[in-house]
Each structure stands twice: as C-alpha cells, then as structure tokens.
Design a protein around this ligand. Structure first.
Ligand code: PFF
Length: 465
C-alpha cells in the first residue's frame, strides 16, 4: 500500500511490519532494555540516595511511562510513518497545524544526540569484553579495577576505536532492515540476558553478605533525600529507560500490525524494563558495598565494581566475558532503535535507500560522538554549568528533551487526535481501560511532566517568591 507523506505524496518504499505481536514486544523491549538499565539506573540511583529515588522512578513509570508509551505507539501505528511525518499527517487529518511536526523533529534530534554518547559507552562495554576474556579481572582488587577504568578513559584513541566499532555494528543492522536480523537476535538474546542477570543477583546474594543492606538501600525510601533534582533525575531516567520521547516507540509503532493490543504490549514492555533495572541494582549494589566502593561513584559504577566480583568467582573469566557480551548486545538492540527514526524519515523523505540513509545518519552521529570521547580526557576541563560535555549532552537530551517530547506526545494523543481515532487504536485487547488512559494523557502525565520540568528550572520558585 503506498503511504502518504505529509504533503500528500505517495511514497513507495518497502514498509516493513513486525512478524507478530511478540516481534514488536521483543524489539521494543530490546530498545528499552539497554545501558539505561544496567549502566545508568544503578549509578543514578546511587547518586540520588537509593530508595527515595527508586520509589520516584517506579511512580514515574506507572503514572507517566505506561500512558505515554501507549500514546506514542498509537501515534506511530495511526500515522504509519516516521515520527516527523506521523505527527504532520495526523495533525492535518484533524485540521491542526503542520507545526506539530516540530514535535517529531525534536524527538529525532534527541534520539541522535543520545546515540552519539550511547555509542561511546557501548564502546566501553566492547573494551570490557576483551578485558574479561583475557582474564584481566582474575583476582583483581578494587584499586586495580579503578585504574583499569580510568586508564581506558584517558586514552582518546582507544575510546574512539571502540566508539567506531559500536557505531559500525549499529549501522550494519539498520542498513539491512530491522525485521530479519534484529527480531531473530532479540528473541534469542533477551531471555539469555535475563537469566544471566538472575545468576548475578544470586551470586551477589550468596557471596557478599551485603545483599540485605543493598536491598534496603534500593527499597527503603529515605524521604530526607528527596530533592527537586532527584525528581527530575527519576523522570528523565524513566523516559530514557523506556525509550520514550525519542521517536523510537513512534517509529516502532509504525511497523505494528493493526490487531495487536497497544495497552497490553506497552504494559508488558514497561514491566520487563523495570524488572531488569531493579535486578541490575540488586546484582551491583551488594558488590559495591562489599568492596567498600561509593554508591555515588557515577558513570564508572558497573565498570569498577562487577569486575571485582568476576575476579573472585569460579568461572569468573567466562561469566565476566558473557556479561559484557550481553551488555554490548543489550546496548546494540537499543542503539539500532536510536538510529531507526531518522533513517525511516530519510526513506520517506526523498526516497533515499535504507543503506545510504543508515550510513549517512550513522556517520553524522559518529562525528558528534567524538565530542563525548574527548570530554573524558583531552576536554575533561571543559565544563558547562559544572558538567562535563558528556554530562551536559546527557542532561539536555535525557532530562529535558525526552520529558518535553513525551509531554508533547501525551498532549497530541489526548487533545489533538480525535477521541474516535484513539479509541479505535486502543479498542483491541485489554490492559489499562480507555478512560483511565485518556485521563492520564490529558491531565496527569502533562501536569506531572510540566511540574517537574518547571520546578527543576526554578520557574515555580520564581512564581512563588
Ligand atoms: N532505552 C535504552 C536504554 O535504557 O538503554 C536506550 C534509549 C533509547 C535511551 C531511547 C534513550 C532513548 F530515548
């Protein structure tokens, strides 16, 4: 079926669909589960005091994450195209301004900014596969592991090499189309990742005597630790981890067959993603406490703690290698999704082929990524508002752009799209009831996101001065 672009021109390119509901769930879960769960969630929870942050995080996932994921999936399926064109087409259908496509642009820009530094961290994970496989972790102590990590960051050439390899892996898959390779890969690898995480949790529980303190750290909220910054961090992390506000769920939704229940799939994806984040916390914090490291160590947390556990355990070389391989795979199934919205747009826009699109966008993102590579070494003194360039990019994209874009998608699905249209999209299957969902996207999610963004920007404090 030829698709319509926003200018009402028919485009003919092979529009793919997931083979089944499971295909979509696995691909979207593959996108959601990534470095955000295993690398970022534990260190951000650690930086923000643990339990209080985790509680806020769970609240954000339930109240904002699930309804916004449903909104983005239905915008994608209804629009049938990239985020930019889906917004434009649906807005026009409702007689609204084509300016809504700016929401799609903002999402695509966020996805590319995130991919630029995501690929650098994916590169760290590749480097660690080789460290683990060479047995470097064997019997290593905390200071040795710390040095390994800081030495890696100090070498821009090596970081650039691994960033390049990771970006190539991403481009190669996207260039070939998503369905064949990716769907098959996630089917095999996601369950394996889950099993491995469980094993690591069990190991941390049995070997460290720090499991209960770690669980208490994660699940006992200390309200004195609540701050506006922690609330913003929790919301930003929820959007990051669920792949919301970056056009990804819209793009993946555009490949979703009509007979799949959006409510059920969105809920399943959010639950799986949250479970993986919590399990990662339970695997990592016992090791952090047992080795006397700081929970607030920042981005290096898993790279400086897990190797100590691997160095101690029987079969640690194998387990360590496997773990970092799976970390790379989890990151890979996410990075592919970060490249896809822009590539889908290029395909529609001028009929540029998938291969060329993937290589062009990938090369651009790779170049932007060099900024992050350098921010860990040669440019480590360059600070913007007290943050390194890498931290600033992450803050801007994750904590500001993703929630803002998610807010727009909630408003679009709740206020701009006709009720009959959203009702029809959500009619299939059960899950959250339609009226609860509509309440959430019309009022609760927008109010929640707006309050957090305004209070963290200081705007609310100004109002009440
Ligand atoms: N959700 C993925 C993760 O948690 O690692 C990656 C990701 C996708 C992050 C989309 C941000 C985003 F907007």
């Amino acid at each position: 079926m030829p698709l319509q672009t926003s200018n009402n021109q028919a485009v003919s390119y092979p529009h793919e669909y997931w083979s089944s509901r499971l295909g979509f769930v696995l691909a979207a879960t593959g996108s959601a589960v990534g470095l955000g769960n295993i690398w970022k969630f534990p260190y951000i929870a650690g930086e923000n005091g643990g339990g209080a942050f985790v509680l806020l995080y769970l609240l954000c996932v339930a109240v904002i994450g699930i309804p916004v994921m449903m909104a983005e999936t239905l915008i994608g399926r209804r629009g049938g195209q990239s985020p930019i064109h889906s917004y434009a087409l649906l807005a026009r259908q409702e007689g609204r301004s084509r300016g809504w496509q700016a929401a799609g642009w903002s999402a695509v820009v966020a996805s590319l900014l995130i991919l630029s530094f995501y690929s650098v961290i994916g590169g760290w994970a590749i480097a660690y596969v080789l460290y683990a496989a060479r047995g470097i972790f064997d019997g290593v102590q905390a200071d040795g592991v710390g040095k390994l990590f800081t030495d890696l960051l100090a070498r821009p050439g090596e970081l650039l090499t691994w960033h390049t390899v990771f970006m190539l892996l991403t481009i190669l898959v996207v260039a070939r189309g998503v369905r064949g390779g990716l769907e098959r890969a996630v089917t095999l690898l996601m369950p394996l990742l889950f099993v491995l995480l469980l094993l690591l949790v069990a190991y941390a529980a049995l070997s460290t005597e720090q499991f209960l303190p770690a669980a208490a750290f994660l699940f006992q909220p200390d309200v004195s630790k609540l701050s506006a910054a922690a609330v913003l961090a929790a919301m930003g992390q929820a959007f990051f981890s669920l792949s919301l506000g970056a056009g990804i769920i819209i793009a993946y939704g555009s490949y979703l067959p009509k007979d799949v229940s959006i409510a059920r799939t969105a809920t399943a994806i959010c639950i799986a993603d949250t479970a993986v984040a919590l399990l990662a916390g339970l695997a990592i914090f016992p090791e952090v406490f047992a080795s006397g490291l700081e929970a607030s160590a920042g981005p290096g947390l898993i790279f400086q703690t897990l190797p100590i556990a691997f160095g101690r355990m029987p079969g640690g070389t194998l387990f360590g290698t496997l773990f970092f391989v799976l970390l790379v795979v989890a990151a890979w199934t996410s990075s592919i999704s970060l490249l896809e919205p822009a590539v889908e747009w290029m395909l529609e826009h001028r009929g540029i082929g998938r291969q060329t699109s993937a290589w062009m966008v990938g090369a651009l993102v790779w170049a932007v990524g060099i900024v992050s590579v350098l921010s860990f070494n040669l440019w480590s003194d360059v600070l913007l508002f007290g943050r390194s360039v890498f931290e600033s990019l992450d803050y801007l994209a994750s904590n500001i752009m993703l929630p803002l874009n998610g807010l727009l998608s909630a408003i679009f699905a709740g206020w701009i799209m006709a009720k009959v249209a959203t009702e029809e999209e959500l009619a299939m299957g059960t899950g959250i009831g339609y009226s609860q969902w509509r309440l959430a996207v019309r009022y609760i999610a927008p109010a929640g996101v707006a309050t957090v963004l305004l209070s963290s920007s200081g705007a609310i404090a100004l109002l009440f001065r």
